[in-house]
Design a protein around this ligand. Structure first.
Ligand SMILES: [Zn+2]
Length: 463
């Protein structure tokens, strides 16, 4: 596979540069990769951002090609775990797959969990994944089965098993459908039949799993997500360098991921997006805090594939717990409100915009830092869990795009509340409804927002 090396100066010692280049060269030699270029700092040394820019331009210059990016270790690409994830996802979308020249730890995420700090904590606290994998290996436990489509060779690498591989290719081709044409208005692939239908097709042909069972949508979906089929995934980083043969072309694999993302309810992403009025909206009738909830609506397309959309609401927990007679008024109306998220947000911001400037100014109290810190900590924990999960073999680098965005949003929202957040900033946020800092703006003015059916009533902070 085509490869490019990349390294940054770690010390002023020229020997460390030589060591970096030799490590890259050795890695490529052992893995039979063609080292086409080494992007180094140059003389005088480029700034980090400029040198990284040169690497991205190199990848983009390959057109839709792909290349292995070999670094001595993750510190050459970033100084923090989240910084590394940011660059890995960018490089991934430009066709670059990053590997570390360290033969014991080729996977950059696994390496980074023990070599890069995160959120002000030293790397040592992020180690868990590898230690648990190593102890499993030491006990002689099998680290996952050989994926369908491959057999394990004596040296532990995967060799293609042609009959199974044919089914894998067929699955990907069917599911990913045709590539959108160049001149097409529709940039996203439409995809082929859904998983249930493909399982039906394969089973009707008399094909079955290794254990002799019929194919199920769940099994097929696991295969569609498995990066091993693109040939470059090093399982658990426990094998020596050298990639196994791919079964599925990278563009088909990527298209299948896009189709899957467009069809999946994407629960995780949405449930993590914070609700503007969480902790602030209260039911007028029972006084409980309104919960932000998400409901899925699902339907079937004409071709049998599933489609779904999610809707977000605020609802009084007394209502969702099940309504009794005591919760219904004389007209049969439920006393506990339920609002569409967008409508309640709009009503609350509208009420604040209609309030007199004097009232708002006298209620303004920048929100306490504790609250912001808790939110950041929760977001950091989520992010770290996602990185650990991908580092231990579930999914690929592109699965970290959303967690990274969530982390950034939470950090910038919380930053607004803790660093010199003024009354004027709060007013600006409320006028423009720009999401960053909006929660902090509302929380710095109101203690709570009492929610009725069809109207809201802000209760201002009193300083
Ligand atoms: Zn209620």
């Amino acid at each position: 596979m085509r490869a490019a090396g990349y390294y940054r100066p770690q010390t002023t010692d020229a020997r460390s540069e030589q060591a970096a280049v030799s490590a890259i060269e050795r890695y490529c030699l052992e893995g039979f990769h063609t080292l086409s270029r080494v992007v180094g700092p140059g003389e005088p040394p480029l700034r980090d951002a400029d040198q990284y820019g040169a690497l991205v331009s190199y990848l983009e210059g390959l057109g839709r090609g792909e290349a292995l990016i070999v670094i001595p270790d993750p510190r050459h690409l970033a100084s923090t775990l989240d910084g590394l994830v940011s660059r890995l996802t960018e490089l991934d979308s430009a066709g670059g797959e990053v590997r570390c020249a360290d033969p014991d730890r080729p996977d950059p995420l696994q390496h980074a969990l023990e070599s890069l700090p995160f959120a002000g904590r030293p790397a040592a606290q992020n180690r868990r994944v590898r230690e648990s994998l190593l102890s499993k290996a030491a006990r002689g436990e099998v680290l996952g089965r050989t994926p369908y489509g491959y057999v394990a060779d004596i040296d532990g690498t995967f060799k293609v098993e042609e009959i199974e591989a044919r089914l894998v290719r067929r699955l990907f081709d069917l599911y990913a459908g045709d590539a959108p044409s160049e001149e097409s208005e529709q940039p996203a692939p439409l995809g082929g039949p859904g998983l249930r239908r493909i399982a039906g097709i394969l089973n009707a042909e008399g094909s079955h799993t290794r254990t002799g069972r019929p194919w199920s949508p769940v099994t097929l979906s696991g295969m569609l997500r498995n990066r091993v089929y693109t040939g470059s995934y090093l399982r658990y980083g426990m094998r020596i360098a050298g990639n196994h043969e791919r079964i599925v072309a990278r563009d088909v694999f990527n298209r299948a991921q896009e189709v899957m993302a467009s069809r999946s309810p994407d629960r995780k992403r949405r449930s993590l997006t914070p609700y503007l009025l969480s902790g602030l909206a209260r039911c007028w009738s029972c006084g409980r805090g309104m919960h932000g909830i998400e409901r899925q609506r699902q339907w079937s397309r004409a071709d049998g594939s599933g489609a779904s959309r999610s809707y977000r609401y605020y609802v009084c927990p007394s209502r969702s717990a099940g309504v009794t007679e005591a919760d219904v008024d004389a007209d049969g109306e439920v006393l506990h409100p339920s609002w569409r998220e967008a409508e309640l947000d709009r009503a609350a911001l509208g009420a604040l915009r209609d309030e007199s400037a004097e009232v708002l100014r006298s209620s303004f109290v920048p929100v306490a830092d504790d609250e912001a810190n808790n939110e950041i900590q929760a977001a950091e924990q989520q992010f770290l869990e996602s990185v650990r999960s991908v580092a231990s073999g579930r999914g690929g680098v592109s699965d970290l795009i959303t967690p990274l965005e969530e982390l950034r949003t939470t950090r910038s929202m919380s930053q607004a509340s803790s660093t010199g957040f003024t009354f004027e900033d709060a007013m600006d946020s409320i006028q423009t409804a720009e999401p960053n800092g909006l929660h902090a703006a509302v929380a710095s003015l109101v203690e709570r927002i009492v929610v009725h059916d069809g109207r809201v009533e802000p209760v201002y902070r009193t300083s």
